[in-house]
Ligand binder design. Sequence first.
Ligand code: SME
Length: 309
Amino acid sequence: MRNIIENRVDEFMEMLRYDKSQWGEFWKKMERRFSPILTNYVKKFSINVEGELFGLERRSLDRFYFDFKEYEKTNKGKISERIRKYSEELELSREDFIIFIAVFPGGKDWCVVEGKKENVIFVNAYNLWLKNELTNLHDAVYQAIIHFRHGESGGNYYNKENLFQSISEKIESLSRENVRNYMKRICEILYKNIPYYDWVGFYMVNDENLLELTEFVGEPTEHVKIPIGKGICGQAAALKQVFLVQDVSQESNYLSCSPKVNSEIVVPIFKDGKVIGEIDIDSHYKAPFDARDKLFLETICEVVGKLWK
Ligand code: SME
């Protein structure tokens, strides 16, 4: 498979050798060199190049470049490693996009423009640096790809650790008096604040030893009572462990709720070592989950396990 990561930061940082009054000229040169993608970027997102370049500070760019070289030194191969782990789910063999890492005037942290042969996903390393997220460049690239595969044309990087931390604080402030209300509010908060959580629900084991849908947010589902062992939910309960499926089309023991769902994670809720229920998340994205989701959901399940009677 060809290399899909193009690190162009060095070339763009050549602008530091020019006087600021020449940066407009430098950009035009780059547009010609990377024709037609930079021109397409400027047009598609109506970037005012002159204005944006004027706003850039040489001192910041200098410091950025220094940090970028450090990042490169200590993170060799990290980006491709991260992506290749999920090459099937991300459909890398389609070869319909490349990642172009550089510094662009204006715009979002990542965006998609048409290149000559394929789509070009721009990742703005300088934007990430401004947000103190440059060390998460590999994560930002991965995120850009899963959102691109979901049909989006641009967006800003969200740091999952920070996102989950702020959501945990919201959850901590909820009243725990009524456990059903507490669970309902958790579903609402997760659904609303996590971009790739498209269905959030709790199944609890009932008197018939079935997983019964208790609280949820998202499209109604026909799967309101699930036998232990059936589907992803039933398997998580039977195995007493987190069940993560990054591409549901590859899972034969699966109960489909909606054709829009591409991935799912189910985390069991324990009481005295027994599975008493679980939280179930469906996503319309492929391969959006990782160890951070698992940890975050486990913390939620621990509290629910204590409260549930
Ligand atoms: N997909 C689940 C069924 C529940 S829905 O996702 C809401 C499963 O395979 O168990």
